[in-house]
Design a protein around this ligand. Structure first.
Ligand code: PDD
Length: 285
């Protein structure tokens, strides 16, 4: 079955799913995006993803060219047309197509809206979580507004590739103070020796992950202690457990950081429990 994408008002076979060469998303990374998990064909935490989308659009002054209800219909339609049971739906909105000029087009042009969806392999993801992943640390060289979910992800892509080149799966960005900000496409967490969960405060230095927010509810629901603060790489080396959270990975244990085992080098009980319990706290649309 051929994949179907939504592009500016039309549902198209993948080979015809194209945007113009002068799309500002392509030329300036002048666009924002969202990724939602799909489970049993249903969208997970759609409401919060759409809220964050609206915030991102507002921060970069792109207008949402349709109602959120219409957007919800399109997301569902793309999921249905691609017969996604378990997978993800991707939504990107750029400022639109205009002659290349750094300033915003004047008069304003219609934003470009693209939605794609794809299957993920549940068994493979569970196997990965059962094993845990290795990460490397890299200097955080991104811009100062990574709280906006823009498509400008070159530093993230370079860091992810550096991780792979070093035989790891992901990278953790570290700021000038030696504190971990986040992973290349996920938020970073540790569990300290006394069993407290720690993740960085959601300011401009990280993306305010939806999975991070739901994990907070799960952490509290499961009776664990949690602190929202910066933690250093040294603290992460000494942690009992570490993990990352994102829409596509949920709660994924980290078992090595820069080649050093975290705890006993196996996925920890707290991360594993949060992963199992996660969907009790998520919204199903
Ligand atoms: N990434 N931090 C960054 C830099 C991210 O790109 C993401 C998500 C997150 C976690 O956010 P959430 O829990 O809302 O998915 C944190 C998506 C999945 C991606 O780029 O594919």
């Amino acid at each position: 079955m051929s994949r179907i994408a939504y592009v500016n008002g039309r549902y198209l076979p993948f080979r015809d799913a194209k945007v113009h060469v002068e799309d500002r998303g392509y030329q300036f990374a002048d666009g924002v995006y969202e990724v939602c998990e799909v489970r049993g064909g249903r969208l997970i935490d759609e409401r919060r993803h759409i809220e964050r989308l609206k915030r991102s659009l507002g921060e970069v002054r792109i207008r949402l060219p349709m109602s959120t209800t219409a957007l919800g219909v399109i997301l569902r339609e793309v999921v249905a047309r691609n017969r996604i049971g378990y997978g993800l739906v991707y939504l990107q909105i750029s400022r639109g197509v205009a002659r290349r000029d750094h300033a915003f087009p004047s008069p304003e042009v219609a934003p470009s809206v693209v939605v794609t969806a794809r299957r993920l392999d549940l068994a493979r993801n569970e196997a990965l979580a059962a094993k845990g992943i290795a990460v490397i640390s890299v200097p955080d060289n991104r811009w100062g507004r990574v709280d906006i979910k823009t498509v400008g992800l070159l530093p993230n892509a370079l860091a992810r590739q550096a991780a792979i080149d070093h035989g790891a799966r992901d990278a953790w960005f570290v700021d000038n103070d030696g504190a971990v900000t986040e992973a290349t496409s996920a938020n970073a967490w540790i569990v300290t020796a006394d069993g407290t969960l720690v993740t960085r405060r959601a300011d401009h230095s990280i993306l305010r992950g939806i999975t991070r927010a739901v994990t907070f509810d799960a952490v509290k629901g499961q009776g664990f202690k949690v602190e929202e603060r910066a933690f250093t790489l040294a603290e992460a080396f000494a942690a009992r457990e570490a993990f990352i959270t994102s829409a596509t990975q949920i709660v994924l244990p980290v078992v090595r950081i820069d080649g050093r085992a975290v705890g006993d080098g196996k996925p920890g009980p707290i991360a594993s429990r949060l992963r199992r319990e996660f969907h009790r706290y998520a919204e199903v649309g």
